[in-house]
Design a protein around this ligand. Structure first.
Ligand SMILES: [Zn+2]
Length: 861
C-alpha cells in the first residue's frame, strides 16, 4: 500500500532521508536476496550495518517470498544544512564555491545559450499551436545533454540556499525555472533539442521517436535524472514546488511510457536511478523507486561502455565510461537500500573492490583512459591519464553510499582521498576555472583540458563545473552521520555539526587545522545529558595503508600514533569498523581531542602498475603531493627523490590559499654527461598539494618522481629523426610539423598530451613528409604511429603509404624489399627495408577517401 505523499520540507540531505519511515512495501524473493554473504570472497568481506541485519532477520522469520519493509540506508547522514564549515581548507573552498562558482555557473547557463534552449523549445510549441506548423528552431548549443548543466547548476545553487538563504538567488532560480517549465510538452516530455526541432532529429544522437536512442547517446533520461535531483534540492531549499511539479509531470510520463513494461531500454548514461530514488524519498510515491529498479533491471544487452554488457547483479568489475559507471553503482546502492534487494549491494561490493585494488589512481581519480572517458584494464594507471572530474565526484557519491549501507570507515577513507586530491583539483582556488581531466603528470604545455592548456572557464561539454558546484555546496552532508545511538564523525574540519542522536540534539564544535595538522578538538554540547557512542574515523593512512588494498604501499608501513582524550584524560578507545568509539553519558561542556600523527609518507605503486615502477610519491595525512615546475626552477622530470633525501613539512599561509608544502633536501637532478653517461647534481625541491596545481599559470607537474637517476625522465637522446629537418607537402598554420620528430608519443589512446601532425583539411589526396639529414646516412627501417580522431575529427588511418629515399641525383625512389606496410591505430608500425645510404627519406601517404590522416611520430633507424 503506498503511503501518502510527503509534502513537508524537512532538513535537506544528499542521499538518505533522515526521517523516512518504513514506507516501501515491495515483494522480494528470499533466494535471490540472500545471495549476499555466501557469494563474497575473502577479499571482499562486507557486512551490512546493524540496520540491515534486521532485514535479513525479516527474511529468516518469514521465509520464501515475503513482504519486506525497507527503510533506506541504516546509517543516516546529518543534513548538510546542519553542518557549518567556518574556516580551514573545506571552509575556504566552500566559501569560494558559494560566492564565486555558484553565480559563475548560473551566468554560464545563460551566456552559453543553455537556458536559451528552453526558450526556443517553448517558442516552437507556441508558434506551432498558433498555426505555424512547419516552424522549428535549430539548437544554438553543442550537445543534447546541455539541459543537464542547467539542472545541475540549479541543484548546486539550491544546496547553497539550504546552507545560507539568499532572496536574490532564490528569485533568480525561480525565474530560471519558469523557462524550464515553459519548455515542457503538455504530456510531461522535457528535452529541448527535440521540442525545438521536432520534424527531424537536430543531432545524430537523437532518434525520430522519443527514447529510442537513449541506450546510445540521446541522453533524454540522463537529463531527467539531473532534473529530478535539482527539483528535490530546490524544493528542500525553498519550499517552492515550481521545479518539483515539472519533475512529477515528467516522472508520470515515464511511468506511462516505461512503467507498464511496454518499452524496455537501458539508459545510455545512468543517473536517472539516483534521480528517482530522490524523488521517491521526497514524495513517498512507490512508482518512483519501482522505476529506478526497472531501469537497473533493463541492463544486460548492450556494451561495456555504458555498463550494459551484463545484468547489473552479475557485474563484478568497473568497466566503460567512468562517470556512467560510478553513477550506476551509486544508483544500485540507493535501490538496494530502498528495496532491501541486497543483490545490488553484493555486485557493487565486488566492483568497489576491483576499483580500489586495481583501477584507482593515488589521487582517488578514476577513469584512466581518455578514449571513452573510461576505466582502463586492471593496473592500467598511466600518469598522463584522464580522470574526469565528474568521475571523481561520482566516486564520492558511491563511496558515501557504501558507508551509509555498512557503517564501515574504509569507504570514507577512500572518499577522503578522492575529495582532497582528485575532486578539489577540478576547480581553481579562484572558483571560476576548471579541469575536465585530472592527470598526475603534465608537460607544461599540452592542450589536454578539452581544448585548453591549463584550467578553463567553461567547456562545450560542461558537465564538470556544475558537478563541482553541487558537490562542494553540499559537502557538509558527508561530515557526519547517525545510526541509532551512534554519532559518526567522518570529516575533520573547522566548524559545527548539529545532529539528532537518541532523540537529543547534539552539537559538535570542531576546532582543527586538519588536513594540515592532525589535532582535532571536539566540544560536545547535547541539549540535555544523554548517552551515546561518538565514533571518530581513524583514517586508513594512519594505520599504514594508503588504500584498503595492495594497490599502493608506504615504504615504511609502520602505523603511526593516534590518541584520544576525553575531558583532558587519556582514553583507550575501542576500534570498530575503522572508528574509535567513545560511549558515555555526555553532557554540555565535554571535550574530546583526537590526535593523528602526520608524518610524510613515501608511496610505491604495486609492481603491476607499469607507470609507477622506479618512482615514488609523497603523502602527508590525506594529502597527495605534486612537484610543479614553478617551485622547482621550471623543470621536474629530471628530479630524483632518493631514499636518502630528507622531507619536512612547512605550512605556508601566504601560498595557494594557505597550504602545507613539503621541502625536500638532499634530492638530485639527473642530466646527461659526456658520452651519454647519466650524472646527477644535488638539488633542493618543494612539493605542493596536488589539488592546487595549475593555479599559477602553465608549468610542468608530476606526482610520481624518480627514486634514482636511472628512472629520471630526461629528455630523450637526440636521434637521426629528431635532428632531421622536416618538410611536408601541406600543413595549416596551427599545425607544427615538428610534432613528427619531437619524440613525444601517447601513453594511452588519445591521451591528449602527444601532439600530432596531420594534413587536415586535405582529404583523399596524395601527400608527403620528408626528413632531410645533415649528411648521408645508412638507414634500414622506419617506425610510424598513426593518428586517428574518430569521434571528434576527420582524421583516419591512411589508405596506403610507402617509404622513399633520395638518390644522389635527387630523385625519390621507393626503398627495396620493404616489410609489410601495416596500417594500425596509434601503436608504432615498423617497416624494415634493404639498407640504403641517403641524405633524405620521404613518407608518401595516400589519404583515405573523404578523410584526412596524420602521425604522432616518425622514427628512423
Ligand atoms: Zn564531467
Amino acid at each position: 500500500m503506498p503511503p501518502p505523499e510527503r509534502t513537508g520540507v524537512t532538513r535537506p540531505t544528499i542521499e538518505s532521508y533522515s526521517t523516512v519511515s518504513a514506507s516501501t512495501w515491495l515483494t522480494c524473493d528470499l533466494n535471490t536476496a540472500l545471495v549476499l554473504t555466501p557469494d563474497l570472497d575473502s577479499s571482499s568481506q562486507i557486512a551490512p550495518a546493524q540496520g540491515m541485519k534486521s532485514l535479513s532477520l525479516a527474511f529468516l522469520v518469514a521465509g520464501g517470498a515475503i513482504a519486506l519493509g525497507a527503510s533506506d540506508y541504516p546509517v543516516k547522514p546529518v543534513s548538510f544544512a546542519d553542518v557549518r564549515f567556518t574556516g580551514g581548507l573545506l571552509g575556504d573552498r566552500q566559501a569560494t564555491n558559494n560566492a564565486v562558482t555558484m553565480p559563475f555557473a548560473l551566468a554560464q547557463c545563460e551566456s552559453s545559450d543553455r537556458l536559451k534552449n528552453f526558450d526556443l523549445a517553448a517558442e516552437t510549441m507556441r508558434r506551432r499551436s498558433a498555426g505555424e506548423t512547419n516552424f522549428q528552431n535549430k539548437p544554438p548549443t553543442q550537445y543534447p545533454f546541455d539541459d543537464s548543466d542547467v539542472y545541475k547548476a540549479i541543484e548546486g545553487a539550491s544546496f547553497c540556499l539550504s546552507v545560507k538563504p539568499d532572496a536574490a538567488v532564490a528569485s533568480q532560480l525561480e525565474g530560471m525555472i519558469k523557462h524550464l517549465a515553459a519548455a515542457q510538452e503538455p504530456d510531461g516530455y522535457l528535452y529541448t533539442w527535440r521540442t525545438m526541432h521536432p520534424d527531424s532529429p537536430a543531432h545524430d544522437w537523437i532518434a525520430p521517436q522519443r527514447w529510442l536512442k537513449d541506450p546510445q547517446l540521446s541522453h533524454e533520461l540522463y537529463n531527467l535524472g539531473h532534473l529530478y535531483e535539482a527539483g528535490v534540492a530546490h524544493f528542500q531549499a525553498t519550499g517552492s514546488r515550481a521545479l518539483l511539479e515539472v519533475c512529477l509531470k515528467s516522472a508520470s510520463l515515464l511511468q506511462h511510457d516505461f512503467g507498464d513494461g511496454t518499452l524496455r531500454i537501458a539508459p545510455g548514461h545512468e543517473v536517472i536511478e539516483m534521480g528517482f530514488a530522490k524523488l521517491f524519498r521526497q514524495t513517498g510515491d512507490p512508482r518512483w523507486i519501482s522505476l529506478a529498479k526497472f531501469f537497473l533491471e533493463c541492463r544486460g544487452k548492450g556494451n561495456e561502455y555504458s555498463q550494459d554488457h551484463k545484468p547489473v547483479v552479475e557485474q563484478t568489475e568497473a568497466v566503460g565510461h567512468a562517470v556512467r559507471a560510478n553513477y550506476l553503482y551509486s544508483g544500485m546502492a540507493d535501490v538496494a537500500a530502498l528495496t532491501g534487494d541486497l543483490r545490488y549491494l553484493n555486485a557493487i561490493s565486488h566492483i568497489w573492490n576491483n576499483v580500489v585494488s586495481r583501477k584507482l589512481h593515488l589521487t582517488g581519480g578514476c577513469g584512466a583512459l581518455a578514449a571513452g572517458e573510461a576505466y582502463g584494464a586492471d593496473y592500467e594507471l598511466p600518469n598522463r591519464c584522464y580522470n574526469e572530474t565528474c568521475a571523481a565526484v561520482a566516486f564520492l557519491f558511491w563511496n558515501h553510499r557504501m558507508f551509509l549501507m555498512t557503517g564501515e570507515a574504509k569507504y570514507m577513507d577512500v572518499f577522503e582521498r578522492s575529495l582532497y586530491n582528485g575532486v578539489l583539483s577540478g576547480v581553481s582556488l579562484s572558483g571560476d576555472r576548471f579541469f575536465y581531466p585530472n592527470p598526475l603528470e603534465y608537460d607544461g604545455k599540452a592542450v589536454n583540458n578539452h581544448g585548453h592548456a591549463g584550467r578553463a572557464p567553461w567547456f562545450g561539454c560542461a558537465c564538470c563545473p556544475p558537478n563541482i558546484l553541487r558537490t562542494i555546496a553540499s559537502l557538509g552532508g558527508y561530515a557526519a552521520a547517525v545510526q541509532s545511538n551512534r554519532l559518526f564523525v567522518n570529516l575533520y574540519a573547522q566548524g559545527e555539526i548539529e545532529a539528532n542522536v537518541n532523540a537529543t540534539t547534539v552539537k559538535l564544535a570542531q576546532t582543527t587545522r586538519y588536513p594540515w595538522d592532525g589535532l582535532v578538538t571536539l566540544q560536545v554540547k547535547p541539549a540535555k545529558p544523554t548517552s551515546f557512542t561518538l565514533c571518530l574515523r581513524i583514517p586508513g593512512w594512519i594505520q599504514g595503508n594508503p588504500l584498503p588494498s595492495d594497490l599502493y604501499a608506504y615504504d615504511d608501513a609502520t602505523p603511526t600514533k593516534w590518541s584520544v582524550r576525553v575531558n583532558g584524560q587519556a582514553f583507550t578507545a575501542e576500534r570498530n569498523r575503522g572508528f574509535a568509539e567513545i560511549t558515555r553519558d555526555w553532557k554540555d561542556g565535554d571535550t574530546v581531542s583526537l590526535e593523528l600523527a602526520m608524518p610524510v609518507r613515501r608511496v610505491a605503486g604495486n609492481a603491476k602498475i607499469a607507470a609507477t615502477r622506479g618512482l615514488v610519491a609523497l603523502e602527508r595525512g590525506p594529502i597527495v603531493y605534486a612537484f610543479e615546475g614553478v617551485d622547482n626552477n621550471g623543470s621536474i622530470f629530471d628530479v630524483v627523490v632518493p631514499a636518502a633525501a630528507t622531507v619536512s613539512a612547512e605550512h605556508r599561509a601566504d601560498l595557494l590559499g594557505g597550504v602545507t608544502v613539503l621541502k625536500v633536501s638532499k634530492a638530485a637532478r639527473a642530466r646527461r654527461g659526456a658520452g651519454d653517461q647519466i650524472m646527477s647534481d644535488p638539488a633542493d625541491l618543494t612539493a605542493i598539494p596536488y589539488a592546487v596545481w595549475a593555479n599559477r599559470g602553465l608549468s610542468p607537474m608530476a606526482v610520481w618522481m624518480a627514486r634514482d637517476v636511472e628512472h629520471a625522465r630526461l629528455a630523450p637522446k637526440p636521434t637521426l629523426a629528431s635532428q632531421a629537418k622536416v618538410e611536408v607537402s601541406f600543413h595549416r598554420a596551427e599545425i607544427d610539423p615538428a610534432c613528427l620528430n619531437d619524440q613525444i608519443v601517447p601513453q594511452n589512446a588519445t591521451d591528449g598530451f602527444a601532439g600530432n601532425f596531420n594534413f587536415w583539411p586535405h582529404k583523399g589526396s596524395a601527400e608527403w613528409m620528408t626528413y632531410e639529414f645533415a649528411k648521408s646516412t645508412l638507414v634500414s627501417s622506419v617506425n610510424v604511429s598513426w593518428f586517428d580522431d574518430t569521434g571528434s575529427g576527420e582524421c583516419r588511418l591512411p589508405a596506403s603509404w610507402r617509404v622513399c629515399y633520395r638518390t644522389p641525383s635527387g630523385e625519390w625512389q621507393p626503398v627495396s624489399a620493404p616489410s609489410d606496410y601495416a596500417i594500425r591505430k596509434r601503436d608504432a608500425v615498423k617497416v624494415s627495408f634493404t639498407p640504403v645510404t641517403t641524405s633524405a627519406l620521404r613518407l608518401e601517404v595516400q589519404l583515405p577517401k573523404d578523410f584526412s590522416a596524420g602521425l604522432y611520430e616518425w622514427e628512423v633507424e
